[in-house]
Design a protein around this ligand. Structure first.
Ligand code: ZN
Ligand code: FE
Length: 256
């Protein structure tokens, strides 16, 4: 077993790329490298050599650096089996229930379709870290580009089943705008109100709000709470129809 070292790199407008290092075998992965140069620079500064690229989905802001990084470092690329034709440079194809190892650190892979049809997430249990791309965001979830609300809700429920002390390393810093929306759904959620204050304070200092703890998301993220009475009531739907509640909230967010 091994606990990963994790470095967070902000790229483009609001993307996060993560560098993971297994200290036992000195394997180093970049999760969703949007671009070559900022990742190569960060690796230089750390004195780390890239051995792996981990992709959650095919969008360019998550794979844009794949080929140049692969050329420079001769690293291997792991990505979704279901979307292999759309992942540049893919070598290792994984899907639901597979194990991926970065040196001595093991990740369980989940299929999390909805944002894209082949989206996957990686859970490093011992590190207590979830890399979920654009499926789950802090206080939000990804837009449904290629799937259905039912698929996305099922994907989110899979991630919700993980332990509360799991850190959620998502693909974007969207938290403050997600917070503006979340308070329009759960107007009476005191945990949410407290969290929004913290988020505003962090952003006022230009600090990241990511990662968050999954336990916090379970208490405050409306997209993880579609089977709760108070959330269904807020959108005038029945709590026994979580998919419809989810679809309604997702639609409202799309036009917010
Ligand atoms: Zn995306
Ligand atoms: Fe993205």
């Amino acid at each position: 077993m091994s606990i990963l070292e994790i470095k967070q790199i902000a790229t483009r407008e609001d993307n996060y790329v993560y560098l993971l290092r297994d200290p036992i075998q000195n394997r180093v992965a970049a999760v969703d490298p949007s671009d070559f140069q900022p990742i190569a620079n960060a690796l230089d500064n750390l004195g780390w050599t890239l051995t792996d690229i981990i992709n959650t989905h095919h969008h360019n802001d998550h794979t844009g650096g794949n080929l140049e990084l692969k050329t420079k470092y001769k690293c291997s690329v792991v990505g979704p089996l279901a979307d292999q034709s759309r992942i540049a440079g893919i070598d290792i194809k994984v899907g639901d229930g597979d194990l991926f190892s970065l040196g001595n650190a093991n990740a369980k892979v989940f299929d999390t379709p909805g944002h894209t049809s082949g989206h996957i997430a990686f859970w490093f249990e011992e590190t207590k870290a979830l890399f979920c791309g654009d499926t789950l965001f802090a206080l939000g979830c990804g837009r449904i580009f290629e799937g259905t609300p039912e698929q996305m809700w099922t994907s989110l429920k899979k991630l919700r089943d993980l332990p509360d002390d799991t850190q959620v390393f998502c693909g974007h810093e969207y938290t403050q705008s997600n917070a503006r929306f979340a308070v329009t759904i759960e107007t009476g959620n005191q945990n949410l109100k407290k969290r929004v204050k913290n988020i505003d304070a962090l952003r006022a200092e230009n600090k990241p709000t990511v990662p968050s703890f999954l336990g916090e998301e379970k208490k405050t993220n409306p997209f993880l709470r579609c089977d709760r009475f108070e959330v269904a009531k807020a959108v005038s739907l029945k709590p026994n129809d979580a998919v419809s509640v989810f679809a309604e909230i997702r639609n409202r967010k799309d036009v917010f």
